[in-house]
Design a protein around this ligand. Structure first.
Ligand code: ADP
Length: 256
């Protein structure tokens, strides 16, 4: 499988007087076809890790390699192009532009990639139909529900057919049916087109769509499980088992 991005020994320290070590030596290679889910307690570094993987933030120490080349040796323009052509991000808080309609928001990556008006229209309408937001295309984000905005954010990430989708709690605002629709669409892109997915969730059902699970704790990868030959249901039960032991572990540090 072709490598998309490798991060090595990432350390992230947030400044200020009380320094916080959000990541403390995390390494990972994401290849085409990967579907990786990251779980871990609040504050364990999940969002920080995703932001570095998507090149939205820089680590304090460590290496970030795109196609085997260090981003620190690339020009800013080349890094920007790599990000535009390879990475789609579904943010926890959507990050839609309020002054643009849903259609205009989803258009953005294609406009940046200089696609023709006809191609933009076709691709945006196709993805909107798949995510059940076709009727909302000409509304503004403020006129849409949380779930509709979240699906619009997913459409914007998927429309340019990036090689990797990075998603922070992508189903956090969706009801069960819409969650499954979104995850099925991600899985379809993963299986059919080899798009790599790296997703953070706290929900074992959502995580059961992945092929591999990583647990972050205190800024480190503490455990990992591969789905292997397990069915999604069997994998789900395994995740529930591991996460309940993980939460049990949180009590070990308490006194009684
Ligand atoms: P998670 O996504 O697992 O909840 P985060 O990556 O958001 O974890 O945060 C990891 C740690 O870094 C937490 O202790 C958090 O308070 C701290 N942190 C995150 N972002 C910032 C920031 N911009 N400035 C200072 N500290 C931060």
């Amino acid at each position: 499988m072709k490598e998309i991005i490798t991060v090595k020994d990432l350390v992230k320290i947030y400044g200020g007087e009380s320094q916080v070590k959000a990541l403390n030596g995390v390494s990972l290679t994401v290849n085409e076809g990967d579907f990786i889910c990251i779980m871990g307690p609040s504050g364990s570094g999940k969002s920080t890790f995703l932001n570095i993987l998507a090149n939205i933030d820089n680590p304090t120490k460590g290496a970030v390699l795109f196609n085997g080349e260090s981003i620190y040796k690339m020009s800013e323009r080349k890094v920007g192009e790599f990000r535009r052509d390879n990475i789609g991000y579904i943010f926890q808080d959507f990050n839609l532009i309020d002054t643009l309609t849903i259609r205009e928001n989803i258009n953005v990556p294609l406009v940046l990639a200089n696609k023709s008006k006809a191609e933009i229209k076709e691709r945006v309408e196709n993805i909107a139909k798949k995510l059940n937001i076709f009727e909302f295309l000409d509304k503004f984000p403020v006129e849409c529900s949380g779930g509709q905005r979240q699906r619009a954010a997913a459409a914007r990430a998927l429309v340019s057919e990036p090689r990797m989708i990075v998603a922070d709690e992508p189903t956090g605002n969706l009801d069960t049916k819409n969650s499954h629709d979104m995850l099925k669409l991600l899985k379809e892109r993963n299986v059919n087109d080899g798009i790599a997915i790296v997703m953070v969730t706290h929900d074992s059902m959502v995580a059961s769509y992945a092929k591999r699970l990583l647990f972050l704790r205190d800024g480190k990868i503490d455990d990992s499980i591969d789905r292997g030959e397990l069915t999604q249901k069997e994998f789900f039960y395994k995740i529930v088992d591991v996460t309940s032991k993980e939460s049990q572990g949180l009590f070990d540090v308490m006194e009684d």
